[in-house]
Design a binder for this molecule. Structure first.
Ligand SMILES: C[S@@+](CC[C@H](N)C(=O)[O-])C[C@H]1O[C@@H](n2cnc3c(N)ncnc32)[C@H](O)[C@@H]1O
Length: 278
């Protein structure tokens, strides 16, 4: 693994993550034989506006039950499972983090969804799939950790069937720099590679895609983080939360994300990019 990716891999590598999530569910008094997608939402949807955003993106995707979709940078698979549950399609998730993939697989078994939802540890820059394998691609908030965005998008393009749609929901830079750190996706600037929306759009097109939808969701992100405050003293954390994935300084990370949004240092874009059927 190249040095930059190792650094990012270790950021997303908590120990015994599945055990910690089970502890959290037990503390909340959940019956483990009856766990639902909603029970896991506080921890398994690691992107701005969580499950609300996932459901909007599912509508936008127009994915249908006969399709096989690839989720690139799937984390522990919350939106991967939601996508399959709502549309009936098969979904394969890949992520750089072996710990996240192990947790994604075990949570999927807990929910009895393993027939339609599968996971592999892999890099977005080197997808272990043949050309034209998937009917659609889905990628939520991964680009921030990827310096070589053109290689990632070319790989996405390669594995997508002609005419297929890629749904991307991504944090971008904005008018002002630098960003404040730490943020939820990075402890410091060495792990974060944000480009302004116009540059991101150019890179998507340079990979061969045609953009059919381009929505700026920054205002909704600002509302979602409007109450994030700078923490004072030891944090009080709930039994389940994304802090289990990326550390107990999550409130500082949320506060810095709020400042980055408010000061036009960060933006949020959702887009549908189509591989032309030439
Ligand atoms: C902010 S999380 C989003 C996870 C998931 N998409 C979600 O919405 O819950 C970013 C994810 O991207 C993954 N990631 C970062 N760089 C990657 C790469 N080069 N290849 C695959 N996954 C990567 C991380 O391991 C992490 O799980």
């Amino acid at each position: 693994m190249v040095e930059e990716i190792k650094h990012i891999h270790s950021y997303y590598s908590p120990s015994d993550l599945y055990g910690k999530i089970i502890d959290g569910l037990n503390k909340l008094g959940k019956d483990l034989s009856k766990i639902t997608l909603d029970d896991l939402q506080p921890v398994d949807e690691f992107h701005i506006r969580g499950d609300a955003a996932t459901k909007e993106l599912i509508k936008l995707s127009e994915f249908t039950p006969d399709m096989h979709i690839l989720d690139v940078g799937c984390g522990i698979g919350g939106s991967t499972r939601r996508l399959s549950h709502e549309t009936g399609c098969r979904v394969t998730g890949i992520d750089l983090s072996d710990e996240y993939i192990d947790t994604a697989q075990r949570l999927t078994q807990l929910l009895n969804m393993e027939e339609k939802v599968k996971f592999h540890a892999a890099s977005a820059l080197e997808l272990p799939f043949d050309d034209d394998s998937f009917d659609g691609v889905w990628s939520l908030q991964m680009n921030m950790n990827v310096e070589d965005k053109l290689s990632w998008l070319k790989e996405t393009y390669r594995v997508l069937k002609p005419g297929g749609r890629a749904i991307l929901y991504e944090v971008c830079g904005h008018k002002n720099t630098p960003q404040y750190f730490p943020v939820p996706w990075a402890q410091d600037s060495s792990m974060s590679f944000l480009v302004p929306p116009a540059s991101f759009r150019n890179i998507i097109e340079a990979a061969g895609f045609e953009i059919s939808v381009w929505n700026d969701k920054t205002d909704l992100a600002k509302i979602a983080f409007a109450n994030a405050k700078q923490p004072v003293g030891e944090p009080t954390l709930p039994p389940l939360g994304v802090y289990l994935l990326v550390g107990k300084d999550i409130q500082t990370k949320a506060y810095n994300l709020r400042r980055n949004l408010d000061e036009e240092r960060v933006s949020l874009i959702e887009t549908v990019a189509i591989k032309p059927d030439l």
